[in-house]
Design a protein around this ligand. Structure first.
Ligand code: SF4
Length: 249
């Protein structure tokens, strides 16, 4: 069965405690002042006159099925993981050019303050590899977030979407088919902005990408040579090179 990991968020359950943001920051070692996820607060009165209450809309990278960030990346560092449909960043290939940042209609990306490469939510790849749910899902005290395989009709996310009306946040001029769905009324849905794609796109894609891959290839070769040296060369080569008689002195 095909896998498409997705998140279903019931905004009406969110009370803005920010536990999901703190859990994400800790689990993914996100630098101070930067965040991989967010909670937007919207006065429902602005959305539905007479609504008269605040609504909180949690979010993070939407792991879009048609991600514009991938199109903007010149080196192939941002890619779609075909095994589970997530959009990921290969830090080795990222040159920190920042072209992908304005290409995301949701502002989900930022330049990691310490590593100087693009960063964003990866649905907690490390935790998932250990069999755990994303930190924000596991931590939410009101269970506002559900996570799972959208392509599996028996999954919680698929069943929630079958039972309830849902909405995607889509920017009309930059549609990306996001894989976060909101139940009920998530408040404002018109905040995503039009994507800004790199102007010298062809140049970047055709020149920067291959150059970076060559450099990464050289590093890998260097690493391979080092490893081979450790494995196959004797511990004390100097001693081995000594003439026979000298070894017996
Ligand atoms: Fe890329 Fe933005 Fe979509 Fe995430 S939300 S996959 S960063 S376009």
């Amino acid at each position: 069965m095909k896998t498409q990991l997705a998140m279903v968020i019931d905004a009406s359950r969110c009370w803005d405690c920010k536990a999901c943001m703190a859990a994400c920051k800790t689990a993914n070692k996100v630098p101070e002042g930067q965040w991989r996820n967010w909670i937007k607060s919207v006065d429902l009165d602005l959305v539905e006159p007479g609504g008269g209450r605040l609504i909180f809309q949690p979010g993070n990278c939407m792991h879009c099925s048609e991600p514009l960030c991938i199109k903007a990346c010149p080196t192939g560092a941002t890619y779609r993981n075909e095994a589970d449909g997530t959009v990921l960043i290969n830090r080795e290939l990222c040159i920190g050019c920042g072209q992908c940042l304005p290409a995301c209609p949701y502002g989900a990306r930022f330049r990691h303050a310490e590593l100087r490469v693009a960063d964003k939510c990866d649905f907690c790849a490390e935790r998932r590899a250990a069999g755990l749910e994303p930190a924000c899902v596991a931590t939410c005290p009101t269970k506002a977030r559900a996570f799972g395989n959208l392509a599996d009709p028996e999954s919680e996310v698929a069943r929630l979407l079958k039972r309830n009306e849902s909405v995607q946040l889509v920017q009309a001029k930059s549609p990306t088919d996001p894989n976060i769905r909101y139940l009920g009324n998530p408040g404002r849905t018109d905040w995503p902005v039009e994507a800004q794609m790199p102007s010298a796109f062809g140049f970047w894609k055709n020149v920067a990408g291959p150059v970076v891959k060559i450099f990464v290839g050289f590093s890998a070769l260097g690493f391979g040579a080092m490893l081979a040296k450790q494995l196959f060369l004797p511990d004390h080569p100097e001693e081995d090179r000594q003439p026979e008689e000298k070894r017996h002195e």
